[in-house]
Design a protein around this ligand. Structure first.
Ligand code: GAL
Length: 427
């Protein structure tokens, strides 16, 4: 080796040594993009942070506020385009495949195999977590969407004897609550919240089969049918019971109105329970959870999952990869599944956990999930990214929200609008 080469070798060695020493004594960092910022949800995600930190890794929290996650997705796209993705991000359903196609995700088969994910997870769930046959994501929970949350004390004051089970009973309860001076339905006028109500109405009016034809098969006949007109008529009617101060409101602020006794009900997925829990309220006594009227026996679900990204070369170190693998591993361990899901309002995603530790709403959810699976009435939620691409979902959001804001819009024309908006989003 001549002098120049020896010098070059020495320089590169001296540059390597501090890096090697650094990675040996500092365990890696895992950066997570998510939208769990309400009181109850922040408390839930903190459980994951604590476990990862207990294992010695650094948790970099990149929360982007905004229920339903649209704002988080915008941030994520910008970061991915500029070559600076986080280690993990909350992404769901068919969207995982879209990110996979862009070659931005990383394979975590090693963790999945070592921890037996294929036998731990229901196959419907593990299939969603894989791209091209390889695990790229870890699921954390199962949320049910078609719920109605009730403050029984408010119901009592308004003279309502029992929770509504049909749309007519829901309207009757709304009338009584209004007459007694309560807000009947706490509802934040944001596109994803509007679409939650719309999706529930599709279940009540069209059943599981109609829901599937509309939002999984995107079937023209169903989307433009008389029944779809009936759905929009029902939506207009429900609008008359919605919080008059709800324009643009966050879901958790609306949940707070039911908790404090200002409003009687909220139509929301079971993360709503996280707000009741954090307020120290108990299921079955302080609040009731019932299937959205007319949708008993059907279960619409969303599965929160953390998708793993290929890191930019400056961050792609063994230490950071180990931190990411630790996150993936602990997310499916019973310790995390119990505590996280109790806080979050969801049910565990791994098979065979003892549900006796959970409250009555979670127990009902687990039982209804199993029954709906058997009966063929388990449906992926459209409003929560499980049944269509985000583009098609966005088209539905627009049509539903425009319908609600334009009081003169004709329900009979809304189905056609819906179909053409969805169709152009498919192209
Ligand atoms: C959903 C998500 C839930 C909850 C909700 C409200 O998309 O699955 O975990 O965060 O948004 O923001």
């Amino acid at each position: 080796m001549n002098v120049v080469n020896r010098l070059a070798a020495a320089i590169s060695l001296s540059m390597l040594v501090p890096m090697a020493a650094h990675s040996a004594d500092s365990k890696g960092t895992v950066e997570v993009v998510h939208w769990w910022t309400s009181g109850g949800e922040a408390k839930s995600v903190a459980v994951l942070k604590q476990i990862v930190e207990k294992d010695g890794y650094t948790w970099q929290d990149s929360a982007v506020a905004g229920g339903g996650g649209a704002a988080a997705m915008t941030v994520l796209k910008t970061r991915a385009i500029s070559g600076n993705p986080p280690s993990a991000a909350q992404i769901k359903g068919p969207d995982i495949q879209e990110w996979g196609k862009l070659d931005l995700l990383t394979n975590i088969d090693k963790v999945a195999i070592a921890n037996h994910w294929d036998s731990l997870l229901p196959k419907t769930v593990s299939d969603i977590m894989k791209y091209d046959g390889h695990y790229v994501a870890v699921p954390v929970n199962i949320h049910r969407i078609n719920w109605l949350w009730i403050n029984p004390e408010v119901f009592k004051k308004a003279g309502i004897a029992k929770a509504p089970t049909t749309l007519d009973e829901l309207y009757a309860a709304g009338d009584k609550l209004k007459a007694a001076g309560f807000v009947p339905i706490a509802h934040g006028g944001q596109p994803w919240q509007d679409t939650t109500v719309f999706e529930d109405l599709v279940l009540s009016v069209m059943g599981a089969e109609g829901f599937k034809k509309a939002f999984v098969d995107l079937d023209e006949k169903t989307l433009t049918s008389q029944k779809m007109t009936d759905v929009f008529v029902a939506l207009r009617k429900l609008q008359t019971y919605m919080d008059p101060d709800g324009a643009g409101q966050d879901w958790n602020l609306e949940a707070a109105k039911v908790i404090s006794g200002k409003a009687g009900m909220q139509i929301m997925g079971d993360w709503a329970k996280s707000e009741w829990t954090v307020a120290g309220k108990n299921a079955g006594t302080d609040y009731e959870c019932v299937p959205f009227p007319g949708s008993a026996g059907i279960y619409t679900y969303t599965i929160d999952s953390l998708v793993m990204f290929k890191l930019a070369s400056s961050k792609d170190t063994p230490a950071n990869n180990a931190a990411r693998d630790d996150l993936a591993k602990v997310a499916l361990e019973p310790e995390f599944q119990y505590v996280f899901n109790q806080n979050k309002g969801s049910i565990p995603v791994i098979k065979g956990l003892d549900m006796s530790k959970f409250d009555s709403c979670a127990q009902a959810s687990a039982k209804d999930f199993a029954e709906a699976e058997k009966a063929g009435t388990l449906e992926p939620s459209m409003a929560f990214n499980m049944s269509t691409s985000l583009a098609v979902q966005g088209a539905v959001f627009d049509v539903v929200t425009n319908f609600l804001s334009d009081k003169s819009a004709d329900p009979a024309k809304a189905g056609n609008r819906l179909y053409s908006a969805m169709k152009s989003a498919m192209q």
